[in-house]
Design a protein around this ligand. Structure first.
Ligand SMILES: C[C@](O)(CO)[C@H](O)COP(=O)(O)OP(=O)(O)OC[C@H]1O[C@@H](n2ccc(N)nc2=O)[C@H](O)[C@@H]1O
Ligand SMILES: Nc1ncnc2c1ncn2[C@@H]1O[C@H](COP(=O)(O)OP(=O)(O)OP(=O)(O)O)[C@@H](O)[C@H]1O
Length: 266
């Protein structure tokens, strides 16, 4: 059995530059990844099967078209290699700005690629067709993303940095957040992400005002550095100066009923 972690994705900064004629938006974003995420397990099988497990399995159970099965179908169409039994242990909240579905699709491709000797580079076109975040998740390294997120330039990261992810439990539609972007280009990604922004924060906060509470709570935590919303929200993150301050912040926020993940950047 091949087991792959579908690491949660963070946008340390996300600058929306322009609305395109095809409905997508030109972005400049700094992608980073954390140590934890969903878990995808793949084995060869007589017939294709897909099983959901884990704390957020129920949210997806009634839906068809899971990104895992879509990724496996694209892989089979492109490379063949027969049937597989796939399990998704769904630990990341759904529609939360940390790329859950994209990371799952990428982990599925990586697992199938490892099983059948197909390189990440050869799977790149499939990844881009599955979603804007899937190529970044397939590579899984700190990188600047341009275009709709698929043009990647790896850059040095901050591996080991303690990070706390907080999601207030409100699902936010990525398409809806982009639709509400005000159309103003506020300039390119700076070299230091702390000087950057997430341009999707204002539209996401208009849909889910509780995001303000999450950002305020994280900004007030001792030892917190960069505090920002990831992707189209509603998950927000804080980078910390140590594991003790991160854990203290998690303990202080534990009564709010918010989902939290204490982890580190990779
Ligand atoms: C917000 C980010 O998570 C930042 O990394 C991504 O840009 C979104 O990535 P994703 O969830 O993989 O997005 P997709 O599944 O490709 O697109 C969902 C919807 O988001 C909008 N979308 C997405 C990416 C992009 N560059 N411009 C867009 O306008 C489009 O309305 C699209 O229909
Ligand atoms: N394996 C999956 N995990 C999560 N969502 C999935 C999956 N497969 C399909 N979906 C669908 O994709 C939608 C977006 O979910 P996802 O968790 O990928 O959003 P996200 O975290 O906002 O991603 P991004 O940061 O890439 O925009 C969900 O509402 C769900 O209907």
């Amino acid at each position: 059995m091949i087991v792959e972690t579908a690491k949660a994705k963070l946008n340390l900064a996300l600058h929306v530059r322009a609305r395109r004629a095809d409905g997508y938006h030109e972005l400049e974003t700094l992608f980073a990844f954390v140590e934890h995420g969903d878990i995808v397990s793949v084995t060869r099988a007589e017939a294709d099967s897909f099983m959901l497990a884990g704390p957020f399995a129920g949210v997806l159970a009634g839906e068809g078209g899971n990104l895992v099965t879509r990724a496996a179908a694209e892989f089979a169409r492109e490379f063949g290699h027969g049937a597989h039994a796939i399990t998704l242990d769904k630990r990341l909240p759904v529609a939360s700005g940390i790329g859950g579905g994209s990371a799952d699709a990428a982990a599925t491709l990586r697992a199938l690629g490892r099983l059948h000797g197909i390189s990440v580079a050869d799977m790149f076109p499939i990844a881009a067709a599955l979603g804007s975040d899937v190529p970044a998740c397939l590579h899984g390294v700190t990188a600047i993303g341009r275009g709709r997120g698929e043009r990647l330039e790896p850059v040095p990261g901050l591996p080991g940095t303690p990070v706390l992810l907080v999601n207030p439990g409100v699902a936010v539609s990525t398409a809806e957040v982009f639709r509400r972007w005000d159309g103003i280009d506020r300039g390119p990604l700076p070299a230091d992400p702390r000087a950057g922004r997430n341009d999707l924060e204002p539209p996401a906060r208009a849909i889910a005002p509780v995001i303000d509470d999450v950002l305020d709570a994280l900004a007030g935590a001792p030892g917190a550095g960069l505090v920002r919303m990831s992707g189209s929200g509603a998950t927000c993150f804080a980078l910390f100066d140590g594991e003790a301050s991160r854990d203290a912040a998690a303990a202080a926020l534990s009564g709010r009923g918010w989902w939290m993940l204490s982890t580190r950047l990779t």
